[in-house]
Design a protein around this ligand. Structure first.
Ligand SMILES: Nc1ncnc2c1ncn2[C@@H]1O[C@H](COP(=O)(O)OP(=O)(O)OP(=O)(O)O)[C@@H](O)[C@H]1O
Length: 238
C-alpha cells in the first residue's frame, strides 16, 4: 500500500534519503526510528508528493505519487507533529470543514459526532472551540478525519512527542484500531518503547539510509534500545 523503490532525495550536495526501499501492507505499522536528520520526514514528504524525488519512486496504493499526487493524497492521512485546527471553530466544525474538503459524503452532525466519538473525543469537547484543545485532543480530531475518510494509508511524523503518557497510550490504542481496520501506517518516532509495542516492523534510519528493519516482536524493549544505541554510537564513532 505504501511503497518506495530506490527512493532518493538530495538537497544541493546533501543526500537526505539514499535508495530507500519500503513496502508497508494494509494492516501493518512500520515505525521508523533514527536520530534527527536521518531522513524520516523527507520520506513522509516524498510519499505525500510535497517533495520531488531526485531518483526512485514513491507509490501509494500502486499510484506513482509524482505522476498523480492528488490521487495518492486522497488515500492518505498525514498527521504532522502539530495538528493545525481552526481555533475559532469547534472540533465538530473543524471535522466538517476538513471532511468536506476531502469530499467525504453525508457529513451530518450525527455522523460527525460518531467519528469524533470513535476517535475518543469526549462528547463535552465536541462543541468546544478547538483553540482550547490539548495536542492530544487535536490529534484525536485528525484520527476522526482518518476514520471519516477511511484513509488507507497513515503517515505520522512524531505524533506523540510532547504527549503525556496517558494521552500517548490512548493515541497508540487508536492507531491499533486503524491498523485493524486495514490501514497501512508509517510512523516516524523517537519513542522506542511504544514503537516496539505497536509496530509490526521497525526500521532504523541513519544518514538517509535504512540500516536495518526487523519484526518488532523479535526483540525485547531492552534489546531494541541497545541495538538503537549501538547504531547511533557507530555514527559518533564511539
Ligand atoms: N528543504 C530542505 N533543504 C535542505 N536540506 C533539507 C531540507 N529538508 C531536509 N533537509 C535535510 O535533510 C536531512 C534529513 O532531514 P529530515 O527532516 O528528513 O530528518 P528527520 O529524520 O525527519 O529528522 P527529525 O527527527 O529531526 O525530524 C537533514 O540533514 C536535513 O537538514
Amino acid at each position: 500500500m505504501l511503497r518506495t523503490q530506490a527512493l532518493s532525495k538530495t538537497f544541493g550536495a546533501h543526500r537526505a534519503l539514499d535508495s530507500l526501499d519500503l513496502d508497508i501492507a494494509p494492516g501493518e505499522i512500520f515505525c521508523m526510528l533514527g536520530a534527527n536528520g536521518a531522513g524520516k520526514t523527507t520520506t513522509i514528504k516524498l510519499l505525500l508528493g510535497f517533495l520531488k524525488p531526485t531518483s526512485g519512486q514513491a507509490l501509494v496504493d500502486g499510484i506513482d505519487v509524482q505522476a498523480d499526487p492528488a490521487a495518492a493524497r486522497r488515500r492518505l492521512l498525514y498527521l504532522p507533529e502539530q495538528v493545525a485546527l481552526y481555533g475559532e471553530l469547534s472540533g465538530l466544525e473543524n471535522l466538517r470543514y476538513f471532511a468536506g474538503l476531502a469530499g467525504v459524503p453525508d457529513c451530518t452532525p450525527q455522523r460527525l459526532r460518531g467519528w469524533l466519538e470513535a476517535a475518543g473525543v469526549p462528547p463535552a469537547a465536541v462543541d468546544r472551540r478547538a483553540g482550547g484543545y490539548s495536542k492530544g485532543m487535536r490529534q484525536k480530531v485528525a484520527i476522526a478525519l482518518a476514520i471519516a475518510r477511511s484513509a488507507r494509508g497513515l503517515l505520522l511524523d512524531e505524533p506523540t512527542s510532547g504527549l503525556d503518557p496517558a494521552a500517548s497510550a490512548e493515541f497508540h490504542r487508536l492507531l491499533l484500531g486503524q491498523r485493524d481496520a486495514g490501514a497501512a501506517v508509517l510512523m516516524a518516532t523517537h519513542d522506542l518503547f511504544r514503537a516496539r509495542e505497536v509496530a509490526s516492523t521497525i526500521g532504523i534510519m541513519r544518514d538517509g539510509r535504512l540500516l536495518r528493519s526487523f519484526k518488532a516482536q523479535e526483540l525485547s524493549a531492552r534489546e531494541l534500545e541497545q541495538l538503537y544505541l549501538d547504531e547511533m554510537s557507530a555514527v559518533a564513532g564511539v
